[in-house]
Design a binder for this molecule. Structure first.
Ligand SMILES: [Zn+2]
Length: 578
């Protein structure tokens, strides 16, 4: 990341606003120099502030307003006034017309202090300019807008085909369709789409991309390309080409910029033919770390100790849709080294992981969690991942496997960490077996993340605090947050706490939220927990013991994330009331 101010100025700015304390700055500085990164990147990573917040701060210091080009509507005519080459040489982008003076252009720059560049732009445009500060992400995004769009790319291929056909060159739709499909994939990746929809209409094939949660029309292709395009996708995804009446699911692997990418493919018959949806699975899950999904340093250290044990059970619990599987994949990523054999039985396989033997439950073929697990155990595994433990039979085999030197990862459907062990006991696994096999239980929920483009801070109104006090012991909460080091010891009242929310912007579709993150609690199987297991105590008892043993409950983990500007107080209250 390049900043338009010197480090000393940045430091002065942050200290002046009391945004950081000296020890935190020094520790970040050391870390940054060791990793050859900018200190601002480390501070953002450590959650002191977001990139947008930092740029707004710098913009204030430079007395130049900040603009996020991804969130504003760029006026295409104005944009093209500045030639691409000039934009690259000067690091400036033209994006609109001043709302005050109609002959003045709105210009964004990476560095408002680069007077030479600004003068060059003004000379090239022969117009007055109103300057804004942008960050590199905005700049790179805007540069991409100079290149031709998908529509032009695809139309060129289609027209080439039509011309060839007219001039008598023989050939079916196969060759252009290969190019068309590659182009669709390329643009979908470029635009960071999550899904590609290929939909047959009565007279055309509609291509749509889902970008940041929004489905956008890209182009309508001539209907003649429909069958060849669908056949091409089916071949690449190992689906039956001649089957048109039933839905089919498959996977597709492809190379993009020398990296292997994959997509989940779903085909269903509709009125005008088969409709295909491709869910692009970025390799994110391969690089997913436990910090990414929301484990704090403290919880991470606890979890890692248990994950590194050669055998035993690692359980992730939570209701449906709480992100349990993603957490298991992140744990598998850590364990996936050359010297181990990892086998899984899942329902369904959500992501492919290199060098892991993944199998999928197939009830029709008699391959259930229990029978599959028995087969896997004959495959000399070191580590086994079971998608979910739903019944006593699976639970018993899993516990036996953990006891005989395997590391077993699985999920359970319970609301909190304290409920996991009683659930296993209810499935009639011997208490002493559970006591000696479970290493750790991670319970989690998902909360919405505040949009980093429009985040803002506020203090709670006294009426809100009064209402909260009826439901929660606010003094105790303050003390716990102080113990966790999230807030300063000097904070005496809830009114002093900064909370955060998104104002709403184009990027987050005016919701104030963008993406989600896990909030969790980590229960380690300590001696006291083992004793409770053998006595077959209730989940309330387990909760009380775990808290005595210093487990940070999910509520506190969520509140900590709210106080750090990751999520809102509303989200914390939502999960606590569920
Ligand atoms: Zn926003």
């Amino acid at each position: 990341m390049k900043l338009p101010i010197a480090y000393e100025d940045l430091k002065a700015l942050l200290f002046e606003r009391k945004l950081i304390a000296a020890p935190d700055w020094n520790s970040a500085e050391k870390n940054a120099s060791r990793r050859r990164r900018g200190i601002e990147e480390v501070l953002i990573e450590r959650g002191f502030f977001t990139e947008t917040f930092l740029f707004e701060l710098i913009a204030q210091a430079l007395k130049t307003p900040y603009v996020n080009l991804r969130a504003v509507k760029i006026d295409d005519a104005v944009f093209r006034l500045l030639p691409e080459q000039t934009a690259q040489e000067t690091h400036c982008i033209a994006f609109g017309v001043s709302s005050v003076k109609k002959d003045t252009l709105k210009m964004a720059t990476l560095n408002p202090r680069d007077e030479q560049a600004l003068a060059a732009v003004q000379a090239a445009l022969k117009r007055q300019c109103e300057w804004y500060l942008m960050n590199e992400r905005s700049y790179r995004y805007a540069l991409k807008l100079y290149t031709t769009d998908i529509k032009e790319g695809l139309l060129r291929i289609v027209n080439e085909y039509i011309q060839n056909a007219q001039s008598g060159v023989q050939g079916g739709y196969d060759v252009p369709v290969v190019k068309i499909f590659d182009t669709i994939l390329e643009y979908a990746m470029l635009e960071q789409s999550s899904d590609i929809h290929i939909e047959p209409l009565a007279d055309a094939v509609l291509i749509r991309f889902r970008i940041d949660g929004d489905l956008q029309d890209k182009i309508e292709l001539p209907i003649n390309f429909k069958d060849a395009l669908i056949a091409r996708i089916k071949i690449l995804s190992n689906l039956k080409i001649d089957e048109h009446r039933v839905p089919q699911d498959g996977r597709l692997a492809f190379m993009m910029d020398e990296a292997e990418e994959s997509a989940r493919v779903s085909v269903i018959p509709t009125l005008y033919g088969e409709k295909v949806v491709l869910r692009l699975l970025s390799d994110d899950v391969q690089n997913l770390s436990l910090q990414d999904i929301g484990l704090t340093k403290r919880n991470l250290d606890l979890a890692m100790k248990s994950i590194r044990k050669p055998f035993g059970m690692i359980l992730v619990v939570g209701p449906t849709g709480s992100g349990k599987t993603t957490t298991l994949y992140a744990v598998l990523n850590i364990l996936n080294t050359e010297d181990v054999n990892i086998s899984t039985i899942e329902d369904p396989i959500e992501y492919g992981i290199r060098r892991v033997n993944q199998t999928q439950v197939n009830t029709v073929a008699g391959y259930t969690f229990a029978s599959g697990l028995r087969s896997l155990l004959r495959q000399d595994p070191d580590i086994i991942m079971i998608g979910e433990i739903r019944d006593g039979e699976t639970a018993q085999i899993a516990v036996r496997a953990a006891l005989t030197g395997h590391l077993v990862l699985s999920t359970l459907h319970t609301n909190n960490a304290a409920g996991a062990i009683p659930r296993l006991l209810d499935m009639e696994v011997e208490p002493f077996l559970v006591a000696s096999t479970v290493n750790v239980v991670i319970a989690q929920r998902l909360v919405r993340r505040i949009c980093i483009e429009c985040i803002t801070t506020y203090h709670l109104a006294s009426t809100v605090i009064k209402a909260l006090a009826k439901e929660y012991d606010l003094r105790a909460i303050l003390e716990r947050m102080q113990e966790l080091g999230v807030i300063d010891k000097s904070v005496a009242h809830f009114t002093d706490l900064p909370f955060y929310k998104g104002k709403g912007c184009a990027r987050c579709h005016h919701t104030g939220y963008l993406g989600r993150i896990g909030v969790m609690e980590v229960l380690v199987n300590t001696h006291a927990i083992q004793q409770a297991t053998i006595k077959h105590m209730s989940s309330e008892d387990f909760e009380a013991i775990a808290l005595q043993e210093n487990m940070v409950p999910i509520f506190d983990d969520a509140l900590q994330k709210a106080l750090l500007g990751v999520t809102t107080l509303e989200e914390v209250l939502r999960i606590s009331r569920e």
